[in-house]
Design a binder for this molecule. Sequence first.
Ligand SMILES: Nc1ncnc2c1ncn2[C@@H]1O[C@H](COP(=O)(O)OP(=O)(O)OP(=O)(O)O)[C@@H](O)[C@H]1O
Ligand SMILES: O=P(O)(O)OC[C@H]1O[C@H](OP(=O)(O)OP(=O)(O)O)[C@H](O)[C@@H]1O
Length: 231
Amino acid sequence: MNRSERIEKSSGKGTGSLSLALAKGKLLTDTMEILESAGYRFPDFSPGSRKLTFLSEDGSLEILMVRGSDVLSYVEYGGAHMGVVGLDLILEEDRPVLEPLDLKIGFCRLVVAAPLGQEGPPPLGRPIRVATKYPRLAEKYYVSRGVSVEILKLHGSLELAPKVGLSDRIVDLVATGKTIRENHLEIVDEILASTGRIVVSRAAWPQRNQAIRSFLERIVPHVPKDPVISS
Ligand SMILES: Nc1ncnc2c1ncn2[C@@H]1O[C@H](COP(=O)(O)OP(=O)(O)OP(=O)(O)O)[C@@H](O)[C@H]1O
Ligand SMILES: O=P(O)(O)OC[C@H]1O[C@H](OP(=O)(O)OP(=O)(O)O)[C@H](O)[C@@H]1O
C-alpha cells in the first residue's frame, strides 16, 4: 500500500475524522488548550492515560499519541493526516510535509553553548567536537562557517557532555535558560528560533482539503498572539 492509499484507507475515502499526531512532550498541554478553546472536547483524555487514541466528542478529530521523534514519520507515511511538531525537528529532518500553521507554543532557541570562560575560538589542530540531538543542523552551521567539526549525536542530558570531556560545545534547545545556567554553560551563538507547528501530510491535503481547512480555521483564533514558552 502506498502513502496515498494509506491516507485514503485511514480517512475512510475522504470522510470520517481527521487524525492529529501528538507527543507527550513539551507541546502537549498547550496544544490541548488550543484544541479545547476551539471547542474540541476529548472526554477520556488525560496526559497520564495509556490509551493511544482519543476521539473528540463531535467525532471530527482523533488524537494519536506518538513519540515526539515519530510525529513526522506518522504524517509523512500516512499514519496521521496532521501532527504537531517543533520547527527545530522539521528543519533537522527536512521531511516532505506541509507546514500551514505556527501554533506559537513551545518557543525555544537552538543554540551553540560552551562551558563558561571557554567561549573563545575552538582548539587548534583538531576539529571542534560538538554534542547534539540535531546533527544535521549543527553540521550545517559549522560547515557554512568553514569550521572543521566532529559531531557526536546524543539523545538527552546534552549539558553533561562538555563537563565530562565528551565535547567542546553543545548544540541544544534553550527555553528558560535554566538548564544552561545550572550546568555552567553559556550561549555562544543562536542557530534558530523554534515554535510548534501544525504539519499536514502531502497526500491528505488534496484528499481532505475541506476538512483540514475547516480544522485550521477553527483553531487559528485560539493561537497565542506572541510565542509562548511551554513546560
Ligand atoms: N525546553 C525545551 N526543551 C526541549 N524542547 C522544547 C523546549 N521547549 C519547547 N520545546 C519544543 O518541544 C518539542 C518537543 O520536545 P520534548 O523535549 O518534549 O520532546 P518529546 O516530544 O518528548 O520527544 P522524544 O520523547 O521523542 O524525545 C521540541 O522539538 C521543541 O520544539
Ligand atoms: O532552557 P530550559 O528551559 O532549561 O530548557 C532546555 C532544556 O530542556 C531540554 O531538555 P529536556 O527537558 O527535554 O531533557 P533531555 O536532557 O532529556 O533532552 C533541552 O534539551 C535542554 O536541556
